[in-house]
Every structure is written in C-alpha cells, then in structure tokens.
Design a protein around this ligand. Sequence first.
Ligand code: G3H
Length: 258
Amino acid sequence: EVMDQMLGMQQIEKELAEHFGIAKCLVAAGDCDVQPKVLNEFGELLQNSLATVLPEGQNIIAVMGGTTMAVVAESLEPLETAQRHNLFVPARGGIGEAVTVQANSVSAVMAAKTGGQHRALYVPEQLSDETYRTLIQEPMIQEVLELIGKANVVIHSIGRALHMAGRRKMSAEELAMLKQKKAVAESFGYFFDQEGNIVYKVPRIGLTLSNVQKVPHVFAVAGGKSKAKAIEAYMKSAPKQTWLITDEAAANSILAAN
Ligand code: G3H
C-alpha cells in the first residue's frame, strides 16, 4: 500500500510538472493549511533538492520571506562542504512583513542551519522617495544589491494576492486597484492575475522577475488547498527552470480544475 501511495505521488508530481511545463514538482502528502508538519516536509524536500543541485564553488542564494519560508528555513541542515560554500542574501528590500518572516531573518536562519554565510539588506519600510533614493546609493547597500544580482539560486514562496496585500498593510487605494485588476497571486512583491500576467509591482529594490529568468536554480515553495489558485496563477508564467515544492491538497486541486 505504501508503494501504491508512492507511485501515486510520483504520478501527481509528473502531471503537475507537465501541466506547468516546468523542470520538476515535488509533492508532500497532506495539506499544510490544516497540518503544519507538512511545512517541515517542504523543508526536507528543499534540503534534498539543494543537496543534489547546488554546484561546487561559491553559491549565492537569494531568498524571500513569508511564513512558509520561515518554517522551511528552520528545517534545513548542513549543506557546506570543503568544495561548496553558500552565501544567503535577502532577495528584496523590506516589503512590509513582520520581522520574524522577513527575507533578512529567513536568510540568516538558512545560513545558520546550513553552515553558510549571510548578508542582510537593511532598508526600512516607510521612507520618502528621496530618502529611499539616497539610501540605496550607500556602499553597504550597493554591495548587497550586487550580490543579489549575482545569485545563482533563488528560493521563494507564493501567496494569495489580497491576503498578502492586507498583511503587508498596503493602502486602501492599492487594495482597490488589485481587486480591480483581479490579482490572484503574489510573489517577490509582484502581483499576478489568473492568467499569470503581472498586474502590479511593489516598488522595492532587489531581485526582479527578469533577473529570476536567468537564475539557473529556482525553488518555489507553497502549498495548501487555499493557495491552489495562487500557485496556479503564478506558475503559469514562472521561469521554466523552477522546481515547485507543494502539497497533495494544492496539487490535486490544481489538477482537478484542469
Ligand atoms: O510571496 C508570498 C508570500 O511570501 C507567501 O507567504 O508563506 O506566509 O503564505 P506565506
């Protein structure tokens, strides 16, 4: 029976990867909406994936924030070897998350758990445009931005558009605009409609989606039945080298709707 379940899951993984036309899908059993331990399973799947695909030499791994990423970070294990060194950087400057789930915190935890290094990107949220433009000229910030530009690995999650807009305290005008444009998904501070078109970008520094297109190893980690539509929307236009790590609930809901 265990064998049947494994074969069943491999079939789901294959169908989902084919559906999105992407390199690989890894599917954990269950639904992370109702079983928090599924998030740890995402961490194990990411750990195995990184251990397999991270090249030797110096890797620069750009990571985003969020509650999924925060739990996944805690599940990682040593990835440094004599030949392989990993530097974790936040992919983008602050986009309005609580401290514990900010990209800065996630990259620090990932570095600690894997035995790697990390660099923080300190850009406060509420700044005037003028201060912002001055601040990003600072050498310390420029240095981290350069590292982000050289990232060969990106790890991020996918969220529901309006949920993320609310959580990040976007203005009433922005919320109305997102509703009007039928935003469904959010990732990297970009908002997407059901067809995977970008309908809004949060104006922040760091990794852009066009940068991500050229990054050899991209991991999207998101699950739960509640996120099925968001995952579907984002993955429609995701870079094709992306590996999607998700759960059975999201996968079945996506496949059933197609
Ligand atoms: O960009 C997407 C969000 O970071 C996802 O956040 O993991 O807390 O649902 P979450």
